[in-house]
Design a protein around this ligand. Structure first.
Ligand code: NDP
Ligand code: 2IT
Length: 447
């Protein structure tokens, strides 16, 4: 149920953005938390902050033509949604996946506004992507696609305007090709135009690890607040991409054991603990399927249909693959198996139906916009280093990331207390994230 002042805002979202179910879901989840805020702040309502915040400042959709290895012309669609720049330049990743359409980019851009706000750093919210499928494509094809994508995107970005980074299907290799094309088109070595860059060409230490490490730093704070730690805990991490791999690495460092991981085709269970070097070789180096893991590791098993990774009994579940990957049945199974903490490493991996089940249970649920904010926070640290033509050590950058994640945790926890919902990280994250943006929007007038 939405507050009476918020229902018309949501009705408008449905009416003006038909068919964009992920965007509807993301806006509903934020609006649902904001009832106590609108009750307390009529000035937000008078200034139509809610109706403005659900409408992107600018949406760009463009054709991306490129030539494949068989000399065939291929056409993809590119997107950049510049959602909100009240706090700073638009900031957010770029996703290459065949499922990408406007509704996905808008849900991600909308989430990004509040996530970036929670970091306390001066970054607005945006997101981009393409329905290009990188799977099975050669290096040359990836390069030509990235160059074509950047040829149009370059008109809309800049260190003070909009700063893209990686997301699903976009990592160091793709960002390299994009930055190369940007540099060539503009004749500017403007490092701060993209983040997630390689260490030899303006990137930051810890950016590659940041989302996964930050996720685990946040969950460690949740555990500490309950007088617990990762020591001896069984953890299930879905996905085996950038976020999952470095979440696993940090869980291992803190004394937990990750017993299962997955990709889009299936999942592996390894009760001795996932062998991270093997997983990195399969997914980061060879860009192959996780099913190979069982061929190279005795005692591990692989499942590809019938069950989901959430049927593996664990103390802590960390979905790090994609949106809506953990549904109602999975939530019921996790509760039954004694799981006590779920933290979203991915963006919106838990469905609305699953959230309702979890809300009635004893499980602590920590939402993505707080949990996975370490990636974009370290992107902002990369922008700082680029602006000052400096580069920090791994230790210094990691310490800053840790401090930022602890700050986000306390901001969420304190806000939840303040609004009479102690321990409710969803309410805490949504309200704390929203209030900072809303105050800036009020100050900047009707724009
Ligand atoms: P990667 O492309 O590195 O890895 C994605 C992983 O998820 C792969 O294992 C992939 O499997 C799996 N996956 C992707 N799509 C699907 C799908 N439709 N169904 C099932 N599995 C899928 O991406 P990241 O690790 O960077 O991103 C993972 C999540 O984290 C996303 O939600 C992203 O938005 C979010 N995120 C990422 C940040 C970052 O800095 N990279 C920051 C904050 C959030 P396969 O190998 O088979 O494709
Ligand atoms: O979802 C996310 O926060 C990201 N993909 C990272 C964005 C960024 O700008 O580093």
């Amino acid at each position: 149920m939405l507050h009476e002042k918020l229902q018309p805002v949501f009705d408008d979202v449905l009416h003006r953005n038909p068919g964009e179910s992920e965007f509807h879901q993301a806006t509903y989840e934020v609006l649902e938390s904001l009832g106590p805020v609108v009750a307390k702040r009529p000035d937000y309502v008078d200034a139509q902050i809610l109706s403005r915040i659900v409408e992107p400042e600018r949406q760009i959709i463009f054709r991306v033509p490129w030539v494949d290895d068989s000399s065939r012309v291929q056409i993809n669609r590119g997107f950049r949604v510049q959602f909100n720049s009240a706090l700073g330049p638009f900031k957010g990743g770029v996703r290459f996946h065949p499922s990408v359409y406007l509704g996905i980019v808008k849900f991600l851009g909308f989430e990004q506004i509040f996530k970036n706000s929670l970091t306390g750093l001066p970054i607005g919210g945006g997101k981009g992507g393409s329905d290009f499928d990188p799977k099975g494509r050669s290096d040359g094809e990836i390069m030509r696609f990235c160059q074509s994508f950047m040829t149009e995107l370059s008109r809309h970005i800049g260190q003070y305007t909009d700063v893209p980074a990686g997301d699903v299907g976009v990592g160091g290799r793709e960002l390299g090709y994009m930055f190369g094309q940007w540099k060539r088109l503009t004749n500017n070595y403007e490092s701060g135009v993209l983040t997630g860059k390689g260490l030899t060409w303006g990137g930051s230490q810890v950016r590659k690890e940041a989302t996964g490490y930050g996720t685990v730093y946040f969950l460690d704070e949740v555990l500490k607040a309950r007088g617990e730690s990762f020591e001896g805990k069984k953890v299930v991490v879905s996905g085996s991409g950038n976020v999952a791999i470095y979440a696993i690495e940090k869980v291992n460092q803190l004394g937990g054991t990750v017993i299962a991981a997955s990709d889009s085709a299936g999942y592996v269970v390894d009760e001795d603990g996932i062998d991270l070097e093997l997983l990195k070789d399969i997914k980061e180096v060879r860009r192959s399927r996780i099913s190979e893991y069982v061929d190279r590791r005795a005692g591990a098993s692989y499942a590809s249909n019938g069950t989901t990774i959430w049927s593996v009994p664990c103390d802590i579940a960390v979905p790090c693959a994609t949106q809506n990957e953990l549904g109602e049945d999975d939530a019921v199974t996790l509760i039954r198996n004694g799981c006590t903490l779920i933290g979203e490493g991915a963006n919106m991996p838990v469905t609305q139906a699953a959230l309702r089940v979890l809300a009635e249970s004893e499980i602590t649920f920590a939402p993505g916009k707080a949990v996975n904010a370490g990636g974009v926070a370290t992107s902002a640290l990369e922008m700082q280093q680029n602006a000052s033509r400096d580069s920090w050590t791994f230790e210094h950058t990691d310490a800053r990331l840790n401090e930022i994640m602890r700050g986000i945790h306390s901001r969420c926890a304190e806000t939840a207390e303040e609004y009479g919902r102690p321990g409710d990280y969803v309410t805490g994250a949504n309200i704390a994230g929203f209030n900072r943006v809303a105050d800036a929007m009020l100050a900047l007038g009707v724009i």
